[in-house]
Design a protein around this ligand. Sequence first.
Ligand code: ADP
Ligand code: MG
Length: 580
Amino acid sequence: MAEQNPLNPPNPGHDSLVDGNVLAAKSFARCGVKHMFGVVGIPVTSFANRAVSFGVRFFAFHNEQSAGYAASAYGYLTGRPGLLLTVSGPGCVHGLAGLSNAMANTWPMVMISGSCDQSDAGRGDFQELDQLEAVKPFSKFSVRAKDIKDIPNCVVQVLDWAVSGRPGGCYLDLPTDVLHQTLTESEAEELLASAIDGADRKLIGTEIARSEIERAAELLKKAERPLIVFGKGAAYARAETELKKLVERTGIPFLPTPMGKGLLPDTHELAASAARSLAIGKCDVALVVGARLNWLLHFGEPPKWSKDVKFILVDVSKDEIELRKPHVGVVGDAKRALELLNVQIKDDPFCFARNHPWVEGISKKAKDNVSRMEAQLAKDVVPFNFLTPMRIIRDAISGMGSPAPIVVSEGANTMDVGRSVLVQSEPRTRLDAGTWGTMGVGLGYCIAAAVAEPDRLVVAVEGDSGFGFSAMEVEQTLVRYQLPVVVIVFNNGGVYGGDRRSPDEIKGPFKDDPAPTSFVPGAAYHLLIEAFGGKGYLVGTPDELRSALTESFSARKPAVINVTIDPFAGAESGRMQHKN
Ligand code: ADP
Ligand code: MG
């Protein structure tokens, strides 16, 4: 314990006292933390205020869940851990949503929760919970500062763990008594200096095995129908320059995962997205960079993939490679691995010409599918289906040029249709429901995007259900901090839209209640933001939508555009119908 003995003050006369709140805030600031998301209350309010006073901008949310989603996406976009601050007990539990989302997506994040007095733990203290136990399944590292003197070291540890190896969520527990302990300014300085300034905090990355790079190049060289697949791990690694070099030097077609979109422009002539089934169904060698062979990529198995396909996996996580057992596994950072691969093939780029049958086949299929889609998109369908407003939004976004807006997307049909229609031309400009298919991330992601990339407009394209999870954050994001975010709500009156129950499902004493999928028809979501002083639009025709987009995009001010969609357009569960 570092309590001051009043009879024998260290450094009498000069040295003022600092408490745990000040020391924790100073530690984060000293580590270079610039932003924090969270909800304040007992016992962390002073910590947040102190953090602000040391130059950390605090974004105060209504709910820890949204703040946690913001922290996770901030980690992805910046490559530095996103910070979530919560109160104890229930605050920590709400924050688990963000922490688990960071884990599922492998994004770096640190959750900091206040906790009850250590001496009262186990006796039913105010908001008491064994938080270290609660975060265990969702964090790669967690630690409690048991004494004020532990704080600087604990801060360094959680920040470093979050970004080392496979990124993920970490947890720091700050008990009430520790936040109230004091030590002298000079003691604090000494602790800070030894934990942060003096220490050699260079993170050690895995040295990439050259033999695997050679084997990867060899396999690609022998391939007849190679494909390059990349995901949000490659985006996180900022591997776009190396990817471009590899694709353009070898002439191999590529396929991004939803959040890999934009590392190379969707409009690139080697993009295989519009010929996805052909590309993955027929390729004989697939170089997969920073993307898991999980459900999103059909586990890398038949019937979607050929049974003879050979995978080359590049992943920072050795566990991931061991799980998937690829033909060649390259453990290490995606950017570095691709750099080495480019060097390896420099003198022998085994170029696929544009008229190579494999490349030509994909390109032809892609063109056919695109023109079929464009024919559908060209129609103005009113009342709106999903395609018509999506085309209008796509054109408005494309019209913005560079820097391209960040698109936040969630929902069932809204996200599915958005993924194929909206064009991504710059890296890390798409945030969606991700690996976990998490709904309710939208507003948190909007805030994170606006904070992480202040030069970009943020455009959210969301289903009304997804929006509803965190709609109250329009006050926080869109109005209180005046962030340039335009939220477009595809309002079809519910989850998947109208009541689609079979007659067999409509019975029993509550059969006259609205269906579990139904919301209030025609909900006036645009008025919600007006309650706080933002701008709302209600649109139902192409002209109304275009004019709302033009006005809100150029204003770069918080807005909600409520788009009325035919409740029976689209499919139940979108593309996941077989699972529902
Ligand atoms: P997607 O959803 O786009 O398919 P996933 O989240 O499934 O992407 O996969 C991302 C993968 O990227 C994870 O397995 C993660 O370990 C890996 N990864 C994270 N950072 C890096 C990095 N710097 N270099 C290489 N791989 C990375
Ligand atoms: Mg809906």
